[in-house]
Design a protein around this ligand. Sequence first.
Ligand code: NDP
Ligand code: PMR
Length: 397
Amino acid sequence: MALHAAAILPSAFSILKEGKSKDSTFLGISLSDHVKSDSIYTSLRIKRESKQRKFIVGPIRAQAVVEAPEVAQAAPAGKKTLRQGSVVVTGASSGLGLATAKALAETGKWHVIMACRDFLKAERAAKSAGMAKENYTIMHLDLASLDSVRQFVDNFRRSGRPLDVLVCNAAVYLPTAKEPTFTAEGFELSVGTNHLGHFLLSRLLLDDLKQSDYPSKRLIIVGSITGNTNTLAGNVPPKANLGDLRGLAGGLNGLNTSSMIDGGEFDGAKAYKDSKVCNMLTMQEFHRRYHEETGITFASLYPGCIATTGLFREHIPLFRLLFPPFQKYITKGFVSEEESGKRLAQVVSDPSLTKSGVYWSWNKDSASFENQLSQEASDAEKARKVWEVSEKLVGLA
Ligand code: NDP
Ligand code: PMR
């Protein structure tokens, strides 16, 4: 089985590169049809369920669930106990984000704000993960719209909750797309969502983090091995490369400028890897600019290869079939969603992981260690330029 997977996977990869197949049918059922019918089912089911709940599922864009914030509790002896931490996790409706939300919520020490683009999906996911109602709140956030990001920040502030940790986790990966697609503001979708949406969100929420009185305040941006060309995985083509940022500076709109950061021809897999380089550079730039002044811990991580998540939903069916056994038995880089959630939860709350500016990884025994980033992903000058160009694009400069 292992050899079989090894033999087929590279060819699946080359089919993808050469044919750039967009076919996402499996056993004759179109994936998009399946998703549509699934979401109609979900929507009907949740609508029924929501009638029994106190809040109203209104227009999704304006969704905000406001509950009374937790306060520091006084222990009987008069000593103050640590209040529940308040953590925002973007993209908590599936995969790593959901597993992290679950891991944090079940400790009882954290209230998780699940910042998701699909409210109903998130509600269903939280329920099926068995998360207790009092330990989470779902708030709408579509990172592919800067208006939505600003709206989310307003809604969050109105909820009255403190912000102790922000986890920028959500992402899209479009490896089979032949043509670029765009965010509401016209940025190529992968970089627009994974980097620019999170860039605006984290810049706006920095003030809220600063105000937190929690003992350890953190801003975590999920990175990946595939953006690091100092690894085998990072050398699988197409490789990440931001070049001189000419496409980013032009706004990634694919009209008068390239949709790719380096100004090259559109390639969905490369756009994703480039976006991860931006995530890792942004974390380090935050660290350089704000760690000393604010005491906030800025961190990134590679959680392991979680080959079963929705990240690969746009990939060809053969890839989705072979990728998990390939990672399990050949690269041995596979990690379950549950294990990856525990890893990210550690970066959120473990008292021993307070060092700032670090890119965390885990070894075979699942012990965390400080990993080395590639040359490009640790280039301070590039980080500064990405920061400056990005702040113009999102309207902060
Ligand atoms: P999933 O697809 O399972 O989760 C991605 C999440 O992002 C989903 O909740 C999705 O929402 C959300 N999302 C996508 N677009 C938007 C948007 N416009 N606004 C708000 N939320 C959005 O993938 P993973 O769990 O695998 O990915 C999570 C993180 O882990 C990503 O940053 C990825 O780069 C990183 N990572 C993953 C690895 C892996 O092997 N899977 C390896 C290394 C890093 P919805 O549910 O509505 O689609
Ligand atoms: Mg990779 C130690 C080897 C290793 C690891 C840890 C990963 C992780 N991959 C490794 C090796 C290889 N991969 C090799 C040798 C090949 C050629 C057969 C290979 C191929 C491959 C493809 C086609 N790998 C992939 C893809 C994807 O489409 C995934 C991707 O790049 O998404 C951006 C992917 C990944 N490999 C990983 C991880 C973690 C991913 C996906 C997720 C990510 O970075 O977010």
